[in-house]
Every structure is written in C-alpha cells, then in structure tokens.
Design a protein around this ligand. Sequence first.
Ligand code: FAD
Length: 653
Amino acid sequence: MTVHKTVIALRTTNSSNFDVVVIGGGHAGAEAAWVASRLGASVALVTLDPTRTGQMSCNPAIGGLAKGQMVREIDALGGLMGLAIDATGIQFRMLNRSKGPAVWGPRAQADKYKYASEVQRLISTCPNVTVVQGEVAELVTDAAWTEAGTRGHADVGSNQDGGSGAVASICGVKLADGTLLACRAAIVTTGTFLRALMHTGEKKTEGGRIGEATARGLSGCLARLGLEIGRLKTGTPPRLRRESIDFSGFERQPGDEAPTPFSFLNEYAGGEGSARSAHPLAWLPPLPQVHCWIGATNAAIHEIIRQNLHRAPMYSGQIASTGPRYCPSIEDKVVRFAEKDHHSIFLEPEGLDTSEIYCNGISTSLPQDVQDQVIRLVPGLERAEILKYGYAVEYDMVWPTQIRSTLQTKRINGLFLAGQINGTSGYEEAAAQGLMAGVNAARHAAGRVADFVLRRDQAYIGVLIDDLVTKPPIEPYRMFTSRAEHRLHLRSDNADERLTPIGRELGLVDDNRWQRFGARRDAIAAGEALLRQLRAGEGSAFDFLRRSDVDWAGLVSRFPAAEAVPAAVRASIEIRARYEGYIARQDRQIERFAQLEAKLIPDAIDYTRITGLGNEARQKLSKFTPRSLGQALRISGITPADVTVLAIHLSRV
Ligand code: FAD
C-alpha cells in the first residue's frame, strides 16, 4: 500500500481533488473506501497510522450470531470483510448449530496481524484510493469556504440547500498539519479515537487504542457544525504470553471439521461434478487452523474483584460514560450476577506468528496489580505473563438521530458518519455502515441521489441503521438476532439471494461474483426440483427432508439420487424444506410491512403545521425526520393514530 504524506493543493475552482474523503482506516473506513472506489469515485483514505488500517482493536475474531449474518450481507453486496477473514481465519466455527440452520451464525478467529495486512492489500488493489497519513482536524464547509476562502473554518452560515434541512455542504477536510484536501463528500469513521481517554485503574492515558494517539480537534469541529456529541466507553481484556500458560487447566475448543467460508466467492465454486460438490470438506481455509481453550473464573477471583471495586474506574466515578451492557467487564459481571460463582474465559490466539493470547470474557479496567492477582488465580494461569493489561476507553460519538438512513448528516450536505462514531460497537456493525456510507457518498459525489437504503426485511444492515436513526443508543449498540423481526428471512445462507442482485444494480458486483451467484442460485433450484421429483411411497424426498430427525445422510440412504446435489447448497435446500411454511408466513408479513415502508415522507415536511398531530408527535417527528411511514411508527412515542394522520396529510400534498 502506497502511503502519501503530501500537501495536496486545494483547487480554487468548483472541481474537487477527491470525490470522497474517508476519515479513519478502521473497519468502517476500509469498507467505505473499498466500495466508493469500486463505484468509480476517487477516494482519499486519511488515517492516523496507515500500517494499522483494518486493525482489530479488541477481539481477534469476525462474525458470530447476527454479526456473521452481517458479514455475509457485506460480502453479498460486494464488500471487503468476508474476503479478508476467509484469507486470514485460523479457526472457523458455525455458532448455534444445535438450534437449526435458520439461526446459524458463522464466526472465525483471525490472525489479527494478517487480517489487517489483507485489508491493506485489498485496498491497495483499488486504483483510485490514495492513502494519506494524517489527522483530520477540521471539516471545511461551503459556508466557511465562501466567507473565507482557504480559512478552513467550520463556521456554519445560513445557506439552506433547497429544503433538505442542511445548513451547509462539505467541500473539504483540513489535516492537523494544515494540509487541505478538497472533496465532494466526506465520511467520518473515527471509531474510539475522538477525545479518547484510556483507563487502567487510577491511571489515565490519552489514546484511542493502546500505543496510539487520540484525535483532539475533530469532535470540537463537529460540535461547531451544530452536531450534538455524546460520550460512550468500551473495554478490552489482558493479553497473555502463550508459553507461560498451562493449557491442561483448560478444555480444548476445536474449530469445525468442515469450515464454512464467509464469502460467497469461496463458498460455491462450481456446478455438479466439481471437486467441491463431491468432497464433503467443500472449502479449505488457506491458513493452518488452531484450537481455542475454555476455562473459568472462581469464587476467590470474584472476592479479589469485590475488594478492589473502589479502584475500578467504572465504580470509582472516574468513568461516567456508559459501556456495553451485553459485553460487560469482569467487574460488572461480578457485581451484576453476584449469585454466579464462575464466569467463562476463552483463550484465543491472536495469530500464528505471535505469542499473544486474548482472554475473552474478562475485559477489565481494574488496576494492573489487581489484574495480576486475578489472572494468577485462574487454574492454568498461575505463572501466566501479562503482555498487555486490560483497559477501558472513553470516546466521543455523535447521536445518530442527526443522520438519515443513508448515513448522511441532516445538517451538512455530503457529510456522512459510519461506525463506532454513530454509537455502535463491533467490527461488523462498523463495516456494514462503512459500506452503506461508501455507496451513498460516492453517489452524492457523482451528483446522483444518495438514497441507498436497505429495509429491515432485506438485511440486518437495514435493521442496524433503522434502529440507530429511530432509537438513539443509550449504550454502544451491538447487533443481535432478536433485534430483527424477520430473522427467518435474514439468514446467512441466503444473503446472496437477498442482496447480490442489489449489489449488481449498484455497480458493486463484478461479473465473476454475478456468474457465481447465478450458478449457486441455479444449483439450489435444481437441487430442490430434484428432491421434489424423487418419490418413495406417498411423499417426495423434499417432504422427507422436512422431518427434524432426518439429515442429508439419512436422506441419501433412502433416496440415493439425492447424492447428486452439490454439498455447498445442501444446507440451503434443507432450510427451505424445514421452514417452508414459516417462511411463507413471514413473506406475507413482509409484504404488509413493505407497504408502509414504501410511503416515503419528503424531507421538507413541516410537522408543526399538520393538524391532528399532538405536540409530542410533532416534536418527535421534527427531531427524527423519519424516511417513511413505517419508520415513523418505530419512533418511541409515535402511535398508529399519528401515522394515520400523517398518511392522510401526505395523500393531500
Ligand atoms: P476503529 O476501528 O476504531 O477505527 C478508527 C480509525 O480512525 C483508526 O484507524 C484511527 O486511526 C482513525 N482516526 C481516528 N480519528 C482520526 C482523525 N481525526 N483523522 C484521521 N484518522 C483518524 N467491539 C466489540 O464488538 N466488542 C468489544 O468488546 C469491543 N471492545 C473494544 C475495546 C477497545 C479498547 C476498543 C478500542 C474497541 C473495542 N471494540 C469492541 C470496538 C471495535 O474495535 C470497534 O467497534 C470497531 O473497531 C469500530 O470500527 P470503526 O471503523 O468505527 O473504528
């Protein structure tokens, strides 16, 4: 990857040096740069340290329940994350296997160093991405621009832009060293770095991630642009030296015998008779595979933690911001689940060529001496050496009521926000937003309508963004399957069916992916048709597969011709057989739901003038500016009666 640290002169004409500037090379930024460039935009990816582009700040893993589905969706649309993890995964597991294929969630441990390198390599294959090392300190808007030329100031004038509610348009970014980059659109993906403060016990250090700087200027600039800033926190566990661990104290956790890749490009390589269709191990990861280990905390550890709670920043009052409830620190778990005498610890290798072992389950910001005691009391870790201590980090974010479903800010035209800055947590959540913002920013820069939105029934990505814009997160937002009302439809196996045609239409899906998609879709249809034809007695092979006690081997012993169905599409056909009735019912619900989603509300609507709406509804609707009647109904405090009033009003204008 070539890194530029050059002063790029800002042209004084209307033309821009870059179509899109992406600020931040994390998971959101990498995905945004990838898709924007694939749509033909010239992109500057500005990041504090380009050698850390794609770095995993915390857990060295991608996917999991709901998150794995999102990675498949990103891949189906032509994104980068699935390709990067398939190339660098060192343990692949399908989670929730006992619960039936409709809710399976793919997950993989990554070699985190190789993962970051792969992301950087993939970005370097984009001919129109310029990677710039630097800190973006200011966003330049046309309000500041017309007033003061190169002043680069974030003053906001009053030039309304035709009723969208925006008060100015982005026209460039300014780096801390004074460099100006002109652009038509900018995407802020600064993760945990804005005014970031790390805590380990009483010790506080500025920085967004261990060993890295903080970004000071940008949140002040966002505030001056009129955006309301919030503050959240997250945390990470200690890392141990592999050679100092006695693994006999832990239970070994192997990966799947037949790993499932994330990318549809790796999943289905050909039709019947291909080596993959004949071989049960359809795909082999390129890197050697490793084990993880499971152990547990105990009563003695919990006692030490209780005795030292007054030194934990979350309890001493040193940290006031909210952390993720679903991913609590070990001190949180000991307090909140006081009745439990142990909590699981998962030891996960951070890579093939490193000694670092990640201690999943004991995220903490307790002081170092307490972390030493806690670790030593875990059976198998009596002599463990801590390479990096756990810490918590507090950072600025922007309340996502201030963005539209396109991730464009309501206030500033051409300014998009994606990733942790919108109040989410997790690599997959960040990448999903990066993709959406990348598409919309590229369209905006090309002078097209930046209106690419996925509905809740189309993708977890749609659920994520719809939740963010209708229910401001009070803690870092993470995706769960329970957040999706149509989860039988939003499966990992059918993400391509749901989204690859959309990706193709957008221009993100190349001929290779499109051809593979067609081949897989045809193989599924042919397999299903074959099973419906094969009959024994009353029923078909397809009917036989509906039975919960029948697997593919059982099916083949009764209907030997079913062996011809390629291994890579069997799970999809099984799901269709088992859940046919439920899926049909959900499809009918989706149809009803789609009607409300299709009733779009113009941006310029003045809710205060709609007679029949109560004051609360007027205020909420003015604040959230929902995109559709369906979205209006999901805002807390908005009733079906309000939506009826709104529908009548819209039918008259
Ligand atoms: P990041 O991955 O944080 O990337 C931000 C990028 O922006 C960086 O490359 C940075 O250099 C760059 N940048 C920032 N400011 C500027 C600027 N002004 N100019 C130029 N470049 C800039 N997630 C979980 O799901 N579970 C967890 O338990 C968890 N724990 C975490 C613990 C810690 C300590 C941290 C730091 C993160 C944790 N995360 C966790 C969150 C996860 O790392 C993030 O959700 C994810 O990385 C967010 O992706 P992002 O692209 O939004 O930002």
